[in-house]
Design a protein around this ligand. Structure first.
Ligand code: ADP
Length: 644
């Protein structure tokens, strides 16, 4: 251990070249997250207090009866902010060594990546980057024009004063601090004109909110003397009170069995800014290749901006050894779990991890995977044991979870298993497993229909044959379903098919044969109708899907569903105009009538009008707009007046 054997005169040192570079950046950056300097200083103090506590285990004399903690003081007139701790402090050698060089490889990496970015973007991104790295002590120069650090190592008699204005040099000299520990005095920069992001760190409320945002769960009290008015009107007097600005409750480090539901709830509301009760709390410690604690909450009701894509941000916080490192940390859980507020507190990640390095961090990937599995396990259990509440939860968050079917590969199966759908069945919701279990032996495939709402879908002509046979059909009414089901084409070896597209096989072999024979028989009629409607449909053919309705439109398998086309059109996106087939119900009297008309007067205007009427009817039936409503109305009038 180093001793202060040096002469106690004032010495001027030069910062290491890399530190000079970093300082230059700090001083000149117009940077909106300057407040993180306080997080860095409090975190250093907290570490120093930890070290003292550890050392005092061997040497109890080091700590008297004082309370270990961190103190903030301001001098508004002089624009000073003072942060002090009664931690381990530093010897003179340690000061020169620690605060003057860059010991940490993370900061080095930070500088490297900064240079790259700067090259690439002419500095545009630079300021934003700084806050995503913990740049430690040097971040004080974002807010201070001069910094004086006074420190005395616990167990030593004299102290050291370190002074710098952030230019190339710093000086060190002897001083006599009253106690062990470190006091850092910042002379705050004046507010610059046009600097809207500026926060005045002399102001109590700024300090209070910054501490609560970044350092709430630091284990030592962060205290400040505040002036308060007390008493009634004419007897008002100003008293000074010491207030603790942080709650100091790293709830997640405690044993689960010691934490009450209320405490969890309070913490949930604190980190999520939600006001509901958590539907479920997931709290676990992981040990092994990476050690961490995770605390997550499934909310009860969804935030209003859940589907606002500009708000699609993670609600996970990353802590390293109880220090808050990052909120909205994308890497901790997949985006389809973004409705889950929570945190991961890692013991292994370095304090200065950045968003950029996190993206490629394998520890984080492992954490995310584990977190996802935990959530899915909990949901699986809920589905099995608490069906009613799970259904309520599903109505709130099912649509977000289903995004995972599209994005998730690794744990897709587990995710699909906890999905619920509406259907033609009796229950309000069904899982795919339940659906499969109910499938009649003859039914080979899983069917679905997508559209705006269940009510509209229930009367769809596409359902008719399936209904008649007792085949259940899933109703997909969330927009995400269109995307999810691009990836969900099979379940337990059964194809999952849309009923309004492609070749869902509803008929058995015999029925198929009969339909094909009829198709042959009706061939001339169907061909004539096809050529009559050649601008509208790809083909007119006989249907296997209908039992009541005369006509229905069917898209080819590989084509966008009409529902998706509608969604995209609503979002003003270009949708390729592709034709669908028009299918006729061979048993319907209208088809018999067309057949007659074809035999008697196939070249008449009436035959052409009837073809148009049938097509228009098919569009109306499915809720699609008519391309030429005036024409359709004229045809109907003609028909009613008996003039055709
Ligand atoms: P980091 O804290 O990540 O190591 P910093 O630049 O913030 O990087 O600090 C450098 C070193 O200075 C610390 O590792 C610590 O040894 C020392 N130090 C900083 N602040 C304090 C403090 N309040 N008390 C004691 N030592 C400190």
């Amino acid at each position: 251990m180093s001793q202060t054997t040096m002469p106690q005169s004032s010495e001027t040192h030069q910062f290491q070249a890399e530190v000079r570079e970093l300082l230059d950046l700090m001083i000149h950056s117009l940077y909106s997250q300057r407040e993180i300097f306080l997080r860095e200083l409090i975190s250093n103090s907290s570490d120093a207090l930890d070290k003292l506590r550890v050392e005092a285990l061997q040497k109890p004399d080091l700590i008297g009866d004082e309370e270990l903690g961190i103190k903030l003081e301001t001098d508004v007139a002089e624009r000073k902010l003072i942060i002090s701790d009664n931690g381990i402090g530093m010897s003179r050698d340690e000061v020169v060594e620690n605060i003057g060089t860059i010991a940490r490889s993370g900061t080095r990496r930070f500088l490297d990546s900064l240079k790259e970015k700067q090259k690439a973007e002419e500095g545009g991104e630079t300021p934003r980057l700084i806050g995503q790295f913990g740049v430690g002590f040097y971040s004080v120069f974002m807010v201070a024009s001069k910094v004086v650090l006074e420190t005395r190592r616990a167990g030593e008699d004299t102290g050291t004063r370190w002074i710098s204005t952030g230019d190339g040099n710093f000086t060190v000299e002897a001083c006599e601090p009253a106690t062990h520990g470190t006091t850092i005095t910042l002379e705050l920069k004046p507010q610059e004109v046009g600097d809207e992001e500026y926060q005045d760190f002399c102001q109590e409320y700024v300090l209070r909110s910054t501490v609560s945002k970044y350092s709430d769960f630091v284990e030592y009290p962060v205290q400040m003397d505040v002036e308060r008015e007390e008493g009634e009107d004419d007897e008002k007097k100003t008293v000074t009170k010491t207030e603790t600005l942080n709650s100091m409750k790293p709830i997640w480090t405690r044993q689960q069995s010691d934490i009450s539901e209320d405490e969890y709830k309070e913490f949930y509301q604190h980190i999520s800014h939600n006001w509901d009760e958590p539907y479920e709390t997931i709290h676990f410690h992981a040990e092994g290749a990476t050690n961490y604690t995770a605390l997550l909450f499934l909310p009860t009701s969804r935030p209003f901006d859940l589907f606002d894509s500009s708000q699609a941000k993670s609600r996970m916080n990353l802590y390293v050894k109880r220090v808050h490192i990052q909120s909205e940390c994308e890497g901790l859980a997949p985006i389809w779990l973004r409705f889950i507020p929570g945190l991961v507190d890692s013991d292994d990640l370095p304090l200065n991890v950045s968003r950029e390095t996190l993206q490629h961090n394998n520890q984080l990937k492992a954490i995310s995977k584990r977190v996802t599995r935990k959530v899915l396990d909990v949901l699986k259990k809920k589905l099995a044991d608490e069906r009613d509440s799970y259904e309520t939860f599903w109505t709130q968050f099912g649509p977000v979870l289903k995004e995972g079917i599209y994005f998730e590969d690794a744990q897709k199966q587990e995710l699909v298993d906890i999905c619920l759908f509406q259907s033609t069945g009796e229950a309000e919701w069904t899982s795919l497993a339940e659906y499969v279990e109910r499938m009649p032996v003859k039914q080979k495939e899983i069917y679905y229909l997508s559209g705006d709402d269940k009510q509209a879908l229930e009367s769809s002509p596409h359902l008719e044959a399936a209904k008649l046979k007792g085949y259940e059909v899933l109703f997909l009414t969330d927009r995400v379903d269109e995307f999810a089901f691009q990836k969900l084409t099979e379940y337990e070896d059964r194809a999952i098919k849309p009923l309004d597209r492609g070749d869902a096989i509803i008929e058995d072999d015999e029925e198929k044969e009969a339909r094909e024979a009829k198709q042959e028989e009706f061939k001339p009629l169907l061909e004539a109708m096809t050529s009559e409607l050649e601008d509208e449909v790809s083909e007119v053919r006989l249907s296997s899907r209908l039992s009541d309705s005369p006509v229905v439109l069917v898209a080819p398998e590989n084509q966008m569903s009409p529902n998706l086309a509608r969604i995209l059109k609503e979002a003003k996106q270009a949708v390729p105009d592709s034709k669908r087939a028009m299918e006729l119900n061979p048993e319907h009297p209208l088809v018999a009538r067309m057949s007659e008309l074809f035999a008697e007067e196939k070249d008449s205007e009436r035959f052409a009008d009837y073809c148009d009427l049938l097509y228009g009817q098919a569009l109306l039936r499915e809720g699609s707009p008519l391309p030429h409503p005036d024409h359709f109305a004229r045809l109907v009038s003609k028909l009613m007046a008996g003039t055709n």
